[in-house]
Design a protein around this ligand. Structure first.
Ligand SMILES: Nc1ncnc2c1ncn2[C@@H]1O[C@H](COP(=O)(O)OP(=O)(O)O)[C@@H](O)[C@H]1O
Ligand SMILES: [Mg+2]
Length: 365
């Protein structure tokens, strides 16, 4: 896939206008706070999944404006295509002149793998970071998955509110029974999907990690979930329901739900030891790199063509060896790299530098 041209109006701090991209490397350079990430975020909204910054719709609209409009010309499925998004409190999406029911209709039509500073704490950060990584990756492959997450979070919030407020109300037990039933069904689908994704991700990650470490270290991934039956979502749901019932008293005492996919984790080990506790800084960075490149590879497989690669402000986090590894792996991909100093980026002979200042873009040279 190739992003050709982006037009924006009233999008965050970006000055309305259009920018054309190179098929190779695009370096978005500028000082902090000028709009580099905003530009990358705008392109990535055309993948149909939520902003990689986790922003809500109103935050995407330039301050003081009522709506934002984005238009992307891109090449995919062997033809030139165009897509637009009008953002208000919701998103209206149009693909090649056809109005879509929702922006998730873009999923699989335009894909991106995003390396963001958040990813850099994938290993050393908490489990929420790793679940976010899995959810974002799965969402780009399965259009129904984002809805499942929204649904689960809604039920979870309602169950928690119910635990806090209504413990003494009449009919409490039978009401909670209904929440538990719904939570288990939806939760089981999420845990099973994540587990399935991790088993596909694992082999690819091992292979790439082996390459980065020149065979010195080995990585292993395991999806950790206390109620999972990998072969059956129904069995998983039954097991989760059992656990919810068994721990009702502690849930009530704490006013929150202690079991479910919102507590699952992705366990990363290097040389059979938990990477979070035992891996060196360098090994941790290699883990992140291997995970993201494996994600890119699976996405390429499922989409049937290469997604675009977006490296937001991550080059400075990587040493020379890992920067080289990353850029070599991305050879032949369309890459967007944001950074403060464009001279640190190699492979620019096939690309261009786009300078950003105060939301205004200027192609250099
Ligand atoms: N909805 C918005 N309206 C106007 N400006 C915004 C909006 N959202 C963010 N900004 C501005 O965008 C700038 C940050 O842009 P960003 O792309 O993160 O910068 P960087 O170049 O460091 O990646 C900040 O100055 C911020 O105030
Ligand atoms: Mg930024």
């Amino acid at each position: 896939m190739i992003a050709r041209k982006l037009q924006t109006s009233h999008y965050r701090n970006l000055v309305p206008g259009e920018t054309e991209f190179s098929e190779g490397v695009n370096v978005i350079s500028g000082r902090n706070g000028q709009g580099k990430t905003n530009l990358l975020e705008a392109i990535c909204l055309f993948t149909g999944v939520r902003s990689f910054r986790g922003a809500k719709n109103p935050e995407l609209i330039a301050r003081g404006e009522k709506f934002a409009r984005l238009e992307l010309d891109f090449f995919a499925e062997k033809r030139e295509q165009s897509a637009s998004l009008v953002i208000t409190d919701k998103k209206q999406a149009v693909l090649n002149g056809v109005k879509l029911a929702a922006a998730t209709g873009f999923i699989g039509r335009f894909c991106a793998v995003v390396f963001s500073p958040d990813n850099m704490s994938l290993v050393k950060g908490g489990s929420a970071e790793r679940r976010r990584f899995l959810d974002a990756a799965i969402s780009q492959q399965f259009p129904t998955y984002p809805r499942l997450l929204v649904e689960y979070n809604r039920i979870l919030a309602q169950r928690n509110a119910f635990l806090k407020k209504s413990a003494s109300a009449a009919g409490f037990e039978s009401m909670l029974e209904i929440w538990d039933e719904n939570l288990s069904k939806t939760g089981a689908k999420i845990s099973c999907k994540r587990n399935e994704y991790v088993s596909r991700l694992c082999g690819k990650t091992e292979e790439i990690f082996d390459g980065i470490s020149s065979g010195r270290d080995c990585i292993n991934l395991r999806y950790s979930c206390g109620f999972l039956n990998p072969d059956s979502a129904d069995e998983t749901a039954a097991e989760l329901k059992k656990q919810l019932e068994a721990h009702r008293a502690s849930d009530l005492a704490q006013g929150c739900t202690n079991y479910g996919p919102h507590r699952d984790d992705l366990v990363i080990s290097v040389n059979d030891m938990a990477a979070r506790a035992f891996a060196s800084q360098g090994q941790k960075r290699s883990c992140v790199l291997a995970l993201k490149l494996a994600e890119a590879s699976l996405l390429e497989q499922s989409a049937g063509e290469r997604p675009i690669a977006v490296l937001d402000d991550v080059m400075s986090e990587l040493d020379g060896m890992r920067q080289d590894y990353l850029l070599n792996h991305m050879d032949g991909w369309q890459v967007f790299i944001s950074c403060c100093d464009p001279h640190t980026v190699k492979g620019l002979d096939k690309g261009r530098i786009i300078e950003v200042e105060g939301g205004q873009f200027r192609i250099q040279g």
